[in-house]
Design a protein around this ligand. Structure first.
Ligand SMILES: Cc1ncc(COP(=O)(O)O)c(C=O)c1O
Length: 420
């Protein structure tokens, strides 16, 4: 895994993912600041009026016109807002995009992107994508906004099948939610290019610290910034990052037309979260590795899904395209629903709650929580069973988390022994 966070000068002066603001520095022969530095310092010095170090929050819904018909940069916050723009610029830089929009939720980011489809266009999506995406795609297809096909993008023959279907848009979610299947982004973007499809990657699970889909040829990246980007479970938000100007203008137009841009206060909190993104993600990951070790040693766990494991079918692809293994883990308990209840009841430091990527550890039961909007058939096809649990490993003390899980697993052992 190449974890280099520093941009260095390439032979032609700048690598393709270098944002304009850094091109000047690179042209001067200096290496650009690392992504870590840029994330920590995003928007600093953006207040020439009062010279505040941290940028102010612009909550105002409207802005003075100089005179009738003379437009300044901002007129109305739905269309543009300085605080939201700072968050968007930081996100675009982190993903290596040419521009980003910040939206009111991950789902509104996804809705904006699917506005690029017309009636009759086919959207090809993973069969185990986030339940809310599955619900939106299915409902829009039912009312004729576009067509949708769900398929296992990791299955043998999936690409040949996709090529024959001629989709207009290919949706990728890798690692997938909740089974952490890994999809080869470069291979699918190559196919998308070949057949003239737009390739979109939902990068919520890893954040740009651990995966940068635009580097592998994706056209658009979406985020639920509710998760790692904000990182403190106190904002619902989303973002769309575009690889080129034309796509950026399209998504920006729809974001304004649909009225789904993110609120300034939420944008401020998200920008604040982004400053600690790299540090948080590495802390999450260290803890997750301890949890993976524990789960793989337990007799009551029949299967652990995490790309760090050599036996994970996506291990090699993840090693190529990810910059870290991530801190979402799913696993299956022996003993079905009864075991799940005993396990969850026995936990002290993992809250039974939806969402992921916050500083606090969470446990979710996908069949009845995050993926309850999928009907039972769709759940079975996607591999979501009664005994499956998902952990979002937080940044608490690893020792506390491991001890907590050990106690909960001991309770499951009792249930499994009694049933035997
Ligand atoms: C992978 C993924 N994409 C999108 C979303 C939707 O984001 P939001 O809840 O911010 O609308 C979620 C929410 O859990 C998610 O897990």
């Amino acid at each position: 895994m190449n974890r280099s966070d520093t941009l260095t000068n390439s032979a032609d002066g700048a690598s393709p993912d270098v944002p304009d603001c850094l091109r000047a520095a690179l042209a001067n022969g200096r290496p650009g600041p690392s992504r870590v530095t840029r994330a920590v310092r995003a928007g600093l010095g953006a207040d020439p009026g009062h010279r505040s170090v941290m940028p102010p929050i612009h909550l105002s819904s409207n802005f003075y016109f100089e005179s009738p018909g003379v437009y300044a940069k901002y007129d109305y916050t739905r269309s543009g807002n300085p605080t939201r723009d700072l968050a968007a610029e930081a996100i675009a830089e982190l993903e290596g995009g040419c521009g980003a929009v910040v939206t009111s939720s991950g789902m509104s980011a996804i809705a904006v992107v699917t506005r690029l489809l017309s009636a009759g266009d086919l959207l090809l999506a993973p069969h185990d994508c986030y339940g809310g995406s599955h619900r939106l795609f299915s409902a829009e297809a039912e009312r004729g906004s576009y067509k949708v096909r769900f398929l296992d993008q990791t299955a043998a023959g999936a690409k040949a099948h996709a090529r024959a279907l001629r989709p207009r848009m290919i949706w990728i979610e890798t690692p997938s939610n909740p089974l952490l299947r890994i999809t080869d982004i470069a291979a699918w973007t190559r196919l998308a290019r070949e057949i003239g499809a737009v390739c979109v990657v939902d990068n919520t699970f890893l954040s740009p610290v651990n995966q940068r889909p635009l580097d592998f040829g994706a056209d658009l990246v979406v985020h639920s910034t509710t998760k790692f980007m904000n990182g403190h479970s106190d904002v619902i938000g989303g973002a769309v990052i575009a690889a080129d100007e034309e796509l950026f203008e399209d998504v920006a137009w729809w974001t304004n037309a649909m009225g789904v841009a993110g609120a300034p206060f939420d944008s401020y909190l998200t920008l604040r979260g982004i400053r600690t993104l790299h540090a948080r993600v590495r802390a999450h990951e260290g803890n997750a590795q301890r949890v993976v070790d524990l789960l793989t040693r337990s007799d009551v766990v029949s299967r652990v899904n995490h790309p760090s494991l050599a036996g994970h079918p996506g291990h090699d692809v993840a090693g190529r395209q990810q910059l870290g293994w991530g801190s979402l883990i799913s696993f299956e308990l022996r003993g079905g629903r009864e075991a799940v209840e005993a396990f969850v009841d026995g936990l002290e430091h993992f809250a039974l709650a939806e969402s992921l990527g916050g500083v606090e550890s969470l446990v979710a039961h996908p069949a009845t929580m995050t993926h309850a909007s999928m009907d039972q058939h769709a759940q079975i096809v996607a591999g979501i069973r009664e005994g499956l649990l998902r952990l979002s490993v937080g940044i608490e003390s690893a020792d506390d988390l491991v001890a907590d899980l050990e106690r909960a697993l001991a309770r499951v052992e009792e249930v499994v022994c009694q049933a035997a």
